[in-house]
Design a protein around this ligand. Structure first.
Ligand code: SF4
Ligand code: SF4
Length: 392
């Protein structure tokens, strides 16, 4: 759009340009170009929406502009209207890839239509393991930025190939070589693990039993959290192991001290606790913490087990959800928040207050909020009184 203004101004030095925009983003050095155009004579910028353009008998045109900063509609008499085309994400074209994934033939996309991924944790890598996105497949950018982006994506792909050729892992959890296994005898063929895996690593066979594709798996454990009959486990991470950790926790015998357990995601919430500690912040001493690979790997049976063992309250702490999610494994945290509904239902059936379980989004930078969150929950549990299952 700015370039069009430049062309029109050069062709008509005495003309006036009105620039009507809805949102204006000029990334990086483009800001300098934006300022230069903004400050050039006879160029007027206004936020607004062009609702209608009517051609006059004289050949000139009237543009109706709504939602302006003036809070009113305005009419502009103009000789020429330039409509710059908007950018459309490349990933929207569904005919290109034709991938063999149960979750769909194309790359998963975000709410704006770009290839979805947490690009901070998996640079350039889409949710289809081994497929790297660059340029306008990944986000809106100009040609220069797209060229640099493509160089970055190619380097990342080369780095991954080299690592793999040397027998190394290309994803986080580099020291962890275990993969999820499924005890098929107990599987009810519900397909939930296949639907919820963020990376489409689980396909189903003709009898609807899950089939892991190991080269797609990033070992997040979300399938383990999703399985209603708990038949998915890792050699070094499983429901039994987490259950043993809950059993091994020691609390003071004093009935007036609440027993609180927090399941925290090791990527954001746990470092937030670490930062709170290194900054000397203090919180209620009745809290015990179990870190998880991802909050999405938490099977709800562990929460109900903890309460059945007399723990007074459980906190689930994971990354930010929504369009601007922080979850390293895309929707793990969001899935855990959704499973909360089932937890609350079970608590009500067990005649326990649903408020004994809370789910909270915590980013690393939220470390200063940790004492307030823990203390507030401890206080609400003190008001509720001890879990009636204590001692059974
Ligand atoms: S561990 Fe994560 S990536 Fe691997 S199959 Fe399970 S849900 Fe998918
Ligand atoms: S979620 Fe569990 S029960 Fe359902 S298909 Fe997967 S392994 Fe089987």
């Amino acid at each position: 759009m700015l370039k069009q203004v430049d062309y029109v101004r050069q062709a008509n030095p005495d003309g006036i340009c009105y620039v009507i925009y809805d949102h204006m983003i000029t990334p990086g050095q483009m800001e300098i170009y934006y300022r230069a155009i903004q400050e050039s004579p006879n160029v007027l910028f206004s936020k607004g929406k062009v609702a209608r353009i009517v051609e006059e008998p004289s050949g000139s045109m009237i543009a109706d502009v709504d939602d302006t900063l003036l809070g009113d509609s305005i009419q502009l008499a103009v000789d020429l209207v330039v409509l710059p085309t908007g950018m459309v994400p490349n990933s929207l074209d569904s005919s290109i890839l034709q991938l063999e994934y149960r979750q769909g033939k194309e790359l998963p996309i975000d709410s704006r239509g770009f290839a979805d991924s947490n690009y901070i944790c998996f640079p350039y890598e889409t949710r289809r393991t081994g497929m790297y996105a660059a340029g306008c497949v990944r986000e809106a950018m100009d040609v220069t930025a797209a060229r640099e982006d493509a160089t970055g994506a190619a380097l990342k792909a080369i780095q991954s190939l080299k690592q793999a050729a040397q027998g190394g892992a290309v994803h986080p959890r580099t020291s962890d070589l275990s993969l999820p296994t499924t005890l098929l005898q107990g599987c009810t063929q519900c397909g939930r693990c296949s639907e919820e895996c963020p990376f489409g690593a689980i396909e189903v066979d003709e009898r609807r039993y899950p089939q892991l594709n190991p080269s797609r798996c990033r070992r997040c454990g979300i399938c383990m959290g999703a399985c209603p009959v708990r038949v998915i486990s890792f050699e070094n991470y499983n429901v039994d192991q987490l259950s043993s950790m809950i059993r091994a926790i020691k609390f003071p015998e004093d009935d007036t001290i609440p027993r609180i357990l927090a399941f925290v995601c090791e990527n954001d919430a746990q470092p937030a606790f670490d930062l709170a500690g290194t900054n000397g912040l203090q919180y209620d001493a009745s809290l015990r913490i179990i870190p998880l690979r991802c909050l999405g790997s938490l099977n709800i049976v562990l929460v109900t087990d903890a309460l059945a063992r007399g723990i007074d309250g459980v906190m689930l702490m994971g990354c930010k959800t929504g369009d601007d999610y922080q979850c390293h494994f895309i929707h793990g945290s969001e899935l855990a928040m959704k499973r909360m509904a089932n937890i609350q239902e079970t608590l009500t059936r067990q005649m326990l207050e649903p408020e004994r379980v809370v789910a909270i989004e915590v980013e690393i930078t939220d470390y200063q909020k940790i004492p307030g969150l823990v203390d507030e929950f401890a206080q609400s549990l003190r008001a509720m009184g001890p879990n009636p299952y204590r001692g059974f």
